[in-house]
Design a protein around this ligand. Structure first.
Ligand code: FMN
Length: 333
């Protein structure tokens, strides 16, 4: 199915507000593979989002979640250090002091139940292999499964786990590192070539693909689809908050790899927050701890407390309609 799409572009799943149903639907309507980053959605919100895409577009879509993993223990000392670093940012926005909530992530099995019921054509995960029972359930419903690799050894492990395709994520990519073994930062095309040679599975190439030339090069390296995220951050249909858009359009900030917002390494624009946080809690605790600050920052127009996820190619992102962006990734320029 991946090889039969009219347009060899997949929208990267983007959890946290950027990846709206309208954006997913627009990419699918343009002949590509739309996707929903559902990791932070409650099961009901995930169901609503999938149904909304279905009302807006006919054609295949991906639903993406984070692979389930044990929640690490955190000591009171670690919590005290992390909250102390956040306190001045809370003060500046007149928020009550930071506290770690009881619930730090959504329940994967409840989210998966929604996926099994709503049956998107494709299901993908970041942060690890799909558990065997989930893989079997997805397969029995005819849902194609995709894992994310940032290195050849992760790609081999995913192949052995029995997934149908692999997203190969290079170091230029915006957002979280999608692997689980280490924070490898491979050159996208080099890793795509290696994985395409080492496994028989279709490859979705991700990381730094911003132009038709990049997409062509990824396909020539052996990818079946180019999976683009940053190229869509300024799309009219994206949910990118106004201060986030402004920082992207300014183009003055470097991208950095940071654990400051979530506790997991992710690439985004440098902020005063990424500079100030040196003792984040492990994921998903830090993500839960910083959520009130990020929500308030978006409302107050304060880009410096937002997680401004962006790949190294962000200055080439186009502020226009999604259909035009898909066209620019597949023809001319
Ligand atoms: C704002 C944003 C959010 C992201 N969220 C997710 C996610 O929820 N799940 C996931 O597998 N990858 C996520 N990613 C990573 C993308 O899937 C993809 O690897 C990356 O966007 C590709 O590189 P590019 O940004 O240079 O196009 C996210 C990326 C961005 C920019």
């Amino acid at each position: 199915m991946l090889a039969q799409l009219r347009t060899p572009v997949a929208l990267a799943p983007m959890a946290g507000g950027v990846g709206t149903p309208a954006l997913a639907a627009a990419v699918t309507r343009a002949g590509g593979l739309g996707s929903l980053g559902g990791a932070y959605l409650t099961p009901q919100a995930l169901r609503d989002a999938i149904r909304e895409v279905r009302t807006l577009a006919d054609g295949p879509i991906v639903v993406n979640l984070f692979a389930p993993q044990p929640v690490p223990e955190v000591t009171p000392y670690a919590v005290a250090l992390a909250t102390a670093e956040l306190a001045p940012f809370h003060d500046a926005l007149h928020l009550s002091p930071p506290t770690l909530p009881e619930r730090v992530q959504e329940d994967f099995s409840a989210q998966l139940d929604v996926v099994l019921e709503e049956r998107p054509e494709v299901f993908s995960v970041a942060f690890g292999p799909i558990p065997p029972d989930a893989l079997a359930a997805l397969r029995s419903r005819g849902i194609l499964t995709v894992g994310t690799a940032t290195s050849l050894s992760e790609a081999r492990a995913l192949h052995e786990s029995g997934v149908d395709a692999i997203t190969v994520q290079g170091g230029a990519a915006g957002g979280h590192r999608g692997g689980w073994q280490d924070d490898a930062l491979a050159d996208t095309l080099t890793l795509v070539r290696e994985v395409a040679r080492a496994t028989p599975l279709p490859v979705l190439a991700a990381g730094g693909l911003m132009t038709a030339g990049h997409v062509r090069a990824a396909l020539e390296a052996g990818a079946t689809l180019a999976q683009c995220g940053t190229a869509f951050l300024l799309a009219d249909e994206a949910g990118t908050a106004a201060p986030y858009r402004h920082a992207l359009r300014e183009g003055t900030r470097d991208t950095v790899l940071t654990r400051a917002y979530s506790g997991r390494a992710a690439r985004g624009l440098r902020t005063t927050f990424t500079d100030a946080v040196h003792h984040p809690l492990p994921f998903p605790h830090q993500n839960a701890l910083t959520r009130p600050l990020r929500t308030a920052g978006a409302q107050a127009g304060q880009a410096d407390v937002l997680s401004l996820w962006a790949g190294t190619g962000y200055r080439q992102a186009k502020a226009t309609g999604t259909a035009q962006i898909v066209a620019s990734l597949t023809s001319g320029n």
